[in-house]
Ligand binder design. Structure first.
Ligand code: PEP
Length: 253
């Protein structure tokens, strides 16, 4: 059984249109072979159409960093799943800890967003992870499993190939402090087991589980050496072409 290696880039609320486009040009022009590595970009909503043009036929995935769970209508300021699809997105990030923390996303809204995204034909990258306090109180497993179980409510087993999970310990995001590969791999195993309990072990063995939290060229290899780490979700180190290209190179070597 071989799960695809995934390198996902979350650009958050960074970069101008020009900077995003230059970054994409750089990646497309300079990246060498990436036989078994799937690259997915999550830029600002505003930059999606321009980036879509640049990555056409390049076999790079494009996604929104969020969506709204209602289908359409009077929801000023929100972005619908069908609009992401219409703009060329294949993916969407759901449940990022910054959304849970700053925008009060909870188990119910995350689940509704997952359902809406799947119904619209988007692939979901579901983010889960514990806070520092939760880790110190030894409740990481409980927190992460609760996040998975609640997000997967009412999801059909046939949708599992359209879901990947990003384990991002909150205390490691943007802090320069990453989980040790062994710690991350331990939680990845717990996540895979939880998915196995909800569905079955066969589909659980197929699901891609990414690690996120201060991933950089210096630590990507040791993280990827762990059997249960199938890829990475990268924030800061994906904002510059040099480090992004280095991540692509090292994730495969
Ligand atoms: C993220 O927010 O998804 C992330 C992993 O950020 P960073 O790589 O900057 O820690």
């Amino acid at each position: 059984m071989s799960r695809k290696v995934v390198l996902a880039a979350n650009w958050k609320m960074n970069l101008t249109m020009k900077q995003s486009c230059e970054l994409v040009d750089n990646i497309c022009n300079k990246m060498k072979d990436r036989e078994n590595c799937e690259i997915i970009l999550f830029p600002s909503f505003l930059h999606i159409p321009a980036i879509m043009e640049k990555i056409r036929n390049k076999n790079i995935g494009l996604g929104g960093q969020n969506l709204y769970f209602e289908e359409k209508g009077a929801y000023t300021g929100e972005v619908a799943a069908f609009q992401l699809v219409d703009a060329g997105c294949s993916h969407v990030l759901i449940g990022h800890s910054e959304r849970r923390h700053y925008f009060q996303e909870n188990y119910e809204t995350v689940n509704k967003k997952v359902l809406r995204a799947l119904a619209a034909g988007l692939k979901v990258m579901l983010c889960v992870g514990e806070s520092l306090e939760e880790r110190e109180n030894n409740v990481t497993e409980m927190v992460v499993v609760d996040q998975i179980v609640s997000a997967m409510q009412n999801i059909s087993i046939k949708n599992l190939p359209d879901i990947s999970i990003a384990y991002e310990p909150i205390w490691a995001i943007g802090t320069g402090r990453n989980a040790t590969p062994a710690d991350a791999a331990h939680v990845h195993k717990i996540i895979r087991k939880a998915v196995g309990r909800i569905f079955n072990t066969e589909v659980a063995s197929e699901i891609s589980i990414l690690y996120g939290g201060s991933v950089k060229p210096e630590n990507i290899k040791e993280l990827m050496a762990e059997e249960d780490i199938d890829g990475v979700l990268v924030g800061g180190a994906s904002l510059k072409p040099e480090s992004f290209l280095e991540l692509i190179k090292r994730i495969q070597s």
